[in-house]
Design a protein around this ligand. Structure first.
Ligand code: CU1
Length: 150
């Protein structure tokens, strides 16, 4: 009789532990789903925004190696469109030493070369500050720009 009681208590303890573990793993899962949902929501928002605060040409109309305009000021939350113009290939790479603290340059850079006229990439800027960026193939020729987000 005494042995049965001890055994029964033991089973109950194991059962409680299992429930506790399940609860923890469910919370972790919910947190990951929330992050995924937030990323999808942010992406959808950026894609559904048709108006751009500014357009920056990659390469001047006469083939100059630069971003035009080279410096631009926008408000936080606005989207800039980069359009391939002349003298490509170009790309848009943000300078990790010249962006606001906490901004991930890998997440906002467009390292793939734009090879055709009119090809576009866009960036939405949520964090205020100064963003320096450049074109990798033409960095040596001074193809760089500045975006100020207020
Ligand atoms: Cu370039």
């Amino acid at each position: 009789m005494s042995a049965f009681t001890t055994s029964f208590t033991g089973v109950r303890v194991v059962s409680k532990t299992t429930v506790a573990k399940k609860t923890v793993s469910t919370k972790a899962c919910a947190s990951m789903d929330f992050k995924k949902a937030a990323v999808i929501a942010a992406t959808t928002l950026a894609m559904s925004s048709p108006a751009f605060a500014a357009t920056i040409k990659l390469g001047g109309d006469n083939g100059e190696l630069g971003f035009f305009p080279p410096s631009i000021t926008v408000k936080a939350g606005e989207t800039i469109e980069f359009v391939n113009n002349k003298a490509f290939p170009h790309n848009v790479v943000f300078d990790e030493d010249n962006v606001p603290a906490g901004v991930n340059v890998d997440a906002i850079s467009h390292e793939d070369y734009l090879n055709g006229p009119g090809e576009k990439v866009t960036n939405k800027f949520d964090t205020p500050g100064t963003y320096g960026y450049y074109c990798e193939p033409h960095q040596g020729a001074g193809m760089a720009g500045t975006i100020i987000v207020q």
